[in-house]
Design a protein. Structure first.
Ligand code: HEM
Ligand code: SF4
Ligand code: FES
Lengths: 246, 228
């Protein structure tokens, strides 16, 4: 396959970036998207140019590091996958592919396609935990009865990998799907009840402080989320916040 | 509690509450207007009641005005904040792949509705205020008109082609606003669990039937005049 890539290049957080064009002549449809970028980077290194910086780690869809806005969509054209799970067979010979970093005030670009997602860490630190005694006398989790329904929904919420695709695809750069998933994962389980009110208040306050936008319920996040986190988690977070304030 | 309404979610809930109120008002407004098609007398009676009842005039009317102003001011506040949350936009952004046009353009359908509301105030509300509060005439009567004046006034407004077209266009925008807004308001309240499909269906019915109904009323009076 022959491809034209239009990639956002930016030296550092302070510098101004721009889209730069690259041509690749021999891309196999069986390559993953990241392997295709590896090939490009090898070319650039051979030509003594700076390779394109991008985040990646597990390359199997579980770490959430790979973060690219490809042809106008988070993680590219396919549903429910990360960039590392995207293959070049999803594109056609002669295609032009735009590759941009996640865009949000709360996710500043560090270099090229790498953005700083530590805002998510600070939201987690504000309440995304339960306080348990870890002195060695920890109670067996199965000693607390939990309905299958609640356990399943909590597990679904907990599959969020914190990738930020929801923020990137939202017209408002809203982090509500991420925060909704993190709030839900605890709100659905008995262990989460003790700190429930403080958790939702503090996490929402931190989310606002970081400069993420509001929710307009467009549903873009749900469509683009690689883990299929549902909008219902945002509704649950809203209910939890109303409850915490009454 | 004041902190709650400053939070992103609190603002969203305030937005939804004002929207619920407006949607209820719209239903009520439609129920009265449709009478003008079936029974001018009944329309006149109800209009006179609404126009002179102290509870409606001095309690509900101020609440309505507050509701409308709050809704569009908050709409603009949210729009500005949300735009601010992304300072560099994408070179290529394929919004239609994951969301509807209606949901991404609430501000533009809203601005169209606001323009309509201004026109509508100039057409109906300011003259009413002038007659009742400035001239002090609460009789609902007008020289040369038999019975109450309201039906005559309504018919007269729809003589104009331009006004009729403007009303029809505005109601199309209202439809687009509600096609996303109805379910969205329930979602904001966290009230969608297990009944999302039902709400979406009720939402579709409401958002299409009510604006089409208003369009029907406008066209009915216009065509009745044009065709004699
Ligand atoms: C006066 C002009 C209006 C403007 C400028 C306006 C603007 C807006 C905006 C910007 C939103 C989206 C807010 C967000 O980001 O979530 C919105 C939501 C909404 N609007 Fe309006 N609007 C207007 C009039 C109306 C009217 C007359 C109705 C109903 C009769 C209405 C019903 C709704 C509903 C149901 C929502 C969804 C609320 C939610 O998502 O919680 N709007 N409006
Ligand atoms: S909710 Fe989905 S899109 Fe958002 S951070 Fe979690 S996994 Fe990524
Ligand atoms: S590199 Fe880990 S999810 Fe893609």
């Amino acid at each position: 396959m022959k491809l034209t890539l239009k990639i956002w290049r930016q030296k550092s957080a302070e510098s101004k970036g721009k889209i730069v064009d690259y041509k690749l002549d021999d891309v196999s449809p069986d390559m993953s998207f990241l392997e295709m970028l590896d090939v490009l980077n090898q070319d650039l290194i051979n030509k003594n140019e700076e390779p394109v910086a991008f985040d990646h780690d597990c390359r199997e869809g579980i770490c959430g590091m790979c973060s690219m806005f490809i042809n106008g969509r988070s993680h590219g054209p396919d549903r429910a996958i990360t960039v590392c799970q995207l293959h070049m067979r999803s594109f056609s010979d002669g295609d032009t592919i735009y590759i941009e970093p996640w865009r949000a005030k709360a996710f500043p670009v560090i270099k090229d396609l790498i953005v700083d997602r530590s805002a998510f860490d600070r939201i987690q630190q504000a309440g995304g935990f339960i306080s348990v005694n870890t002195s060695g006398n920890t109670q067996d989790a199965n000693a607390i009865p939990i309905s299958k329904h609640a356990a399943d929904e909590a597990m679904d919420a907990a599959t969020c990998i914190g990738c930020g695709a929801c923020v990137a695809s939202c017209k408002n750069s809203s982090a509500m799907l991420f925060v909704g998933a993190k709030v839900s994962q605890y709100a659905l389980l008995p262990q989460g009840q003790v700190e429930a009110a403080d958790r939702v208040k503090n996490m929402v306050a931190q989310m606002d402080l970081e400069g993420f936008g509001n929710c307009t319920n467009t549903g873009a996040c749900e469509v683009e989320c690689p883990k299929g986190i549902s909008l219902e988690n945002i509704a649950r977070m809203n209910r939890e916040l109303i409850k915490a304030n009454l | 509690m004041s902190g709650f309404f400053k939070s992103s979610i609190g603002r969203k809930i305030a937005m939804a509450l004002s929207a619920f109120f407006l949607m209820f008002f719209l239903l009520q407004h439609f129920a009265i207007n449709i009478l003008s098609v079936f029974s001018p007398d009944l329309f006149n009676e109800v209009s006179h009641f609404m126009g002179t009842n102290p509870l409606v005039q001095f309690a509900l009317q101020p609440v309505l005005i507050f509701g409308v102003v709050f809704h569009f001011v908050m709409g603009f506040v949210l729009e500005i904040k949300n735009r601010n949350a992304r300072q560099i936009s994408y070179a290529k952004n394929n919004g239609s792949a994951n969301s509807t046009w209606m949901s991404r353009n609430m501000i533009w359908s809203g601005v169209a509705i606001l323009a309509f509301i201004i026109l509508h105030f100039i057409d109906f509300w300011f003259p009413e205020i002038n007659t009742k509060f400035i001239k002090g005439d609460w009789s609902g009567l007008h020289e040369g008109v038999e019975g109450y004046r309201y039906f005559e006034e309504l018919q007269h407004k729809f003589h104009s082609h331009i006004r009729t077209i403007a009303y029809v266009i505005a109601f199309v925008f209202l439809m687009l606003h509600l096609l996303h807004g109805f379910t969205s308001a329930f979602q904001s309240m966290g009230a969608t669990a297990g009944r999302k499909k039902t709400l979406q269906n009720i939402g579709k019915a409401y958002s299409i039937i009510i604006p089409l109904g208003f369009i029907f009323i406008a066209l009915y009076h216009h065509l009745k005049y044009v065709l004699g």
